[in-house]
Design a protein around this ligand. Structure first.
Ligand code: NI
Length: 172
């Protein structure tokens, strides 16, 4: 199944996602379909709420170098367990807000734990773009978007642009 990505504003993007207890075949398949949708977009991360599923599941692959092997990671119940004091600012975007970008400052290095598709506990330290991406995706599981870090006027401007885009798309 081709997974459609929800566009902001959508009430499902504001909800807190539920922890995954058992990794069923359906959830594994969802992870694969999310990776497919992410690569097709193209993007470097996608969270289950963005395809309308309120489970704590994200997929990421921040390999950007031409010719470098892809590194898809499927994370169930991802959690930031430690963050660096050092911060990093990246111009972030989101597949739920296409063509809109803004600088967001987050911890530069994060320790993240998650459960992989086989149910094994995993942990890794992410730095730079990977750290930003994982934090951005985990935010989605809390119903939080990158525009929530912006000043209200800027955020409202982004939302107005999205409302307009959605109206145009609905008209076809
Ligand atoms: Ni996003």
């Amino acid at each position: 199944m081709k997974r459609a990505i929800l566009l902001h504003p959508d009430p499902r993007l504001k909800k807190v996602a539920a922890p995954v207890a058992d990794i069923t075949d359906d959830l594994r398949k969802l992870g694969d379909e999310m990776l497919e949708a992410m690569y097709a977009a193209p993007g470097i991360g996608l969270a289950a709420p963005q395809v309308g599923v309120l489970d704590r599941l994200i997929v990421v692959d921040c390999v950007k170098e031409e010719g470098e092997a892809p590194r898809p990671i499927v994370m169930f119940n991802p959690q930031v367990v430690a963050s660096s004091d050092e911060q990093n600012t990246y111009e972030e975007g989101c597949l739920s807000l296409p063509d809109l970008f803004a600088d967001v400052t987050r911890p530069k290095v994060v320790d993240v734990t998650w459960m992989d598709r086989d149910g094994n506990a995993q942990s890794e330290t992410f730095d730079g773009l990977w750290a930003t991406c994982v934090q951005h995706e985990i935010d989605h599981l809390e119903g939080k978007l990158f525009i929530d870090y912006l000043k209200p006027l800027r955020r409202q401007m982004f939302t107005r642009k999205m409302v307009k885009l959605k109206r145009e798309l609905a008209r076809g």
